[in-house]
Design a protein around this ligand. Sequence first.
Ligand code: NAD
Length: 259
Amino acid sequence: MPSDACKAARALVASAHRITVLTGAGVSTDSGIPDFRGPDGLWTRDADAGKAASLDAYLADPELRRLAWRTRLDSPVWTAKPNAAHKALVELERSGRLRTVVTQNIDGLHQKAGSDPHRVLELHGTLHATVCLACGATGPMRDALKRVADGEAEPDCARCGGILKSATISFGQELDAEVLRRARLAALDCDVLLVAGTSLSVQPAAGLVPLAARAGAEVIICNAEPTPYDSLAAVVLHEPVGEVLPDLSSVPPSGGGRF
Ligand code: NAD
């Protein structure tokens, strides 16, 4: 028996013409990639783990960089498969109502599931590429990881010898201005903002929620735990995204699918 909150969310999705989705690490936990702040999150289990995620620490500490490269070889991201939540968003896109997926995730699973890469905005970058912190050259992560697997403790930039990092946004690093601009536009230009699997504790990503709400969008938040923005939402669902998103994506459009 669907709850009243589920029914309300289904009604909002049915009448929506322009849906923007904001996702976080919680949409990928069913794919075997742990989140940071959920009950089994990496930072919940080890409070010091988050310190390594700052750009200053990465630049200052060669041992930290070597550890990051060693650990990355075994990241679950390389073998992870998209789950029901990612696939549901592909279905919603195919129904013509989902315009943009803004994701804080760096795992590339929305694209792997079949979301149009042009509609996916990776606010925090991607783990599938590297960037040189000296000259800005980018390259495939797999090339750097092959060098690590072949015995290099810390692969440097093939062009200038500078320090290489994954093309992800660390604490202390600016977001890509163009990606953030497009994400804000997508929040402003939607009738429903569907938020899934994020604690909404990282800015400026979380700020997309009040931005959309102030612009008149109905906000649906689906997250296992409460978020600081629940009071702005028309509907809050504390249920698994792997169940809620397939349910919402199966809702037929009402009103003839007007755009
Ligand atoms: P977070 O860890 O702060 O929050 C994730 C939230 O999802 C938690 O509140 C948790 O309770 C909830 N959750 C977990 N599994 C769920 C499920 N199956 N159904 C419903 N809710 C579920 O993550 P965040 O808000 O995305 O912010 C953390 C930062 O961590 C982001 O910047 C992101 O770049 C990075 N990150 C990314 C990945 C990834 O790419 N998969 C993984 C870990 C962290």
